[in-house]
Design a protein around this ligand. Structure first.
Ligand code: ADP
Length: 482
């Protein structure tokens, strides 16, 4: 995958860059530390030696020896392997040191640094008599030589004690360290970059796998899921989230499919009746006016039903698409409820059902009057439709615990227990009503009622249902007093 590869490259580059920076800083710091400590060690050693020479000369002087003898004795005493000691007399300009020539040939150059340093005399001669130990670095026959100069007054003699050591071995150590770092660091960087790239590829592999699987899933295979590599890590969670999304998509696709099937099924019946009636009416050349009128009445009845289903479907579709259908304004819920009761009065009379309105008719509320009326009419419609002649339907509107409670009660046959959980679903009708009469609705009435209540911040619920009747309750939030 291209995207994964680019993330991998970026990850590896970042990793290598950070590692290179870290390594360089570390190497520079380590090298500087090594250089500093070696230098310091040599300087300390040289200073100590020069101090010891001064101490020895002082000691010899106290014993009363002549100056030249002191010089010879002390120089002999300080015949050291790696340091060359010299004494410079400022007044006479004489530089005294042992002739180390013999050993010089047989040993490493560092042993007799002082002899290799042609400038030793100049360095010692130039030191300031007022300052304590002074250090200088000169160029000897085989590399750098470190020199300490210690001004020292021995009786009447104005001396400078010098001690010199070749920096050859230190230079070698530092050079080796430079080589080691110069080869080691790029090597480590190479290994680390390769390792980092491998690691990045390994850890991004599941992402590519998930992407490939997800890409294969289409509208017709929404039930498929991507594999969850490890549910506890980030990628596992990503896969789980994807699966969750697929689950919801699948469900909503399924719902849409069912809705389409249900809608076409509901529309088919009235359309079939209308076309059947029209065909029948046209099938003979002559028809009596009464026959034609009857046929037209049936066509009209079915087209009204068809129109209602289409209107309801349209409303639900717009609601689902999030269309701003609601036009809220200040209304009195009691009045809207009383109006709804009046609207279904003729239906109740036709069915010989007694219709009553109880409660108050103020109940100020902010909402869409037409939608609220639809909510109450749908409940009343059902109540009247399912209540046999001689029964009662009562709508009551009241305030209860700071909310508005509107109930619609009937003395109908009640709703079968197994149907109760589904009555608010779209297109749902209990089996009893599905087969009972062609005049029953399409099963959208309660779904619309429920949606209207919800958009107004309320609920509709079936409070009670038995063979003595049903009671639906609408709860809407009463405005808080300001
Ligand atoms: P319909 O428009 O078909 O009445 P609804 O969504 O309004 O659809 O109602 C769904 C189902 O709930 C109805 O088919 C019916 O079985 C049941 N129902 C609703 N109200 C009542 C009631 N008052 N008495 C008995 N059954 C009811």
């Amino acid at each position: 995958m291209k995207a994964a590869a680019s993330i991998r490259t970026r990850l590896s580059a970042w990793y290598a860059g950070a590692f290179a920076l870290l390594l360089s800083v570390f190497a520079l710091a380590a090298y500087a530390f090594l250089e500093h400590t070696t230098e310091q060690r040599i300087d300390e050693y040289l200073a100590e030696t020069a101090g010891a020479v001064a101490g020895a000369m002082e000691f010899e002087r106290v014993s009363g020896k002549p100056f030249d003898l002191i010089l010879d004795d002390v120089l002999e005493e300080f015949r050291l392997g790696d340091i060359a000691v010299a004494v410079f007399d400022r007044r006479s300009g004489r530089l005294s040191m042992l002739d180390l020539g013999v050993r010089r040939r047989s040993t490493a150059p560092r042993t007799h640094a002082a002899q290799q340093l042609p400038d030793l005399r100049t360095i010692l001669a130039q030191t300031s008599p007022d300052q304590p130990t002074q250090f200088a670095t000169g160029l000897g026959e085989s590399g750098l030589v470190r020199v300490v100069a210690l001004p020292y007054r021995l009786g009447a003699h104005d001396l400078v004690i010098g001690a010199a050591q070749s920096l050859y071995s230190q230079e070698t150590t530092l050079r080796e360290a430079r080589y080691a770092l110069g080869i080691g660091i790029p090597l480590m960087l190479l290994v680390a970059t390769a390792g980092g790239s491998l690691l990045a590829r390994k850890s991004l592999e599941p992402v590519s796998a998930i992407a490939e699987q997800a890409a294969r899933i289409g509208a017709t295979s929404l039930h498929e899921r991507v594999a969850v590599p490890n549910p506890r890590d980030e990628l596992g969670r990503l896969a789980a989230v994807l699966n969750d999304l697929l689950e919801r998509l699948d469900r909503s696709f399924e719902e849409q499919r069912r809705l389409m099937a249900d809608a076409s099924h509901e529309l088919r019946t009235p359309v079939a009746i209308i076309s059947g009636e029209a065909e029948l009416a046209l099938s003979r050349d002559t028809r009596s006016t009464t026959e034609l009128r009857d046929a037209l009445e049936r066509v009209h009845g079915e087209s009204v039903r068809l129109k209602r289903i289409v209107d309801d479907l349209f409303l639900l579709a717009r609601a689902e698409a999030g269309d701003p259908i609601m036009v809220p304004r200040e209304v009195y819920l009691g009045e809207v409820a009383a109006d709804s009761v009046r609207a279904v009065r003729s239906l109740a009379e036709q069915k010989q059902v007694t219709l009553a309105f109880t409660g108050v008719d103020d109940l100020p509320f902010r909402g869409d009057e037409a939608l609220l009326r639809r909510l109450f009419v749908n409940l009343l419609d059902n109540a009247i439709k399912y209540t046999p002649a001689g029964g009662d339907v009562t709508l009551s509107a009241e305030r209860q615990n700071g909310d508005y409670l509107i109930t619609v009660a009937d003395t109908g046959p009640g709703i079968p227990t197994d149907a109760q959980p589904h009555i608010f679903d779209r297109f749902y009708r209990s089996d009893r009503d599905r087969h009972a009469s062609a005049t029953s609705g399409a099963g959208l009435g309660l779904a619309i009622a429920s949606w209207v209540a919800q958009t107004h911040g309320g609920t509709v619920s079936l409070e009670e249902s038995s063979n003595a009747g049903s009671r639906f309750a609408v709860r809407l939030p009463a405005p808080t007093a300001t």
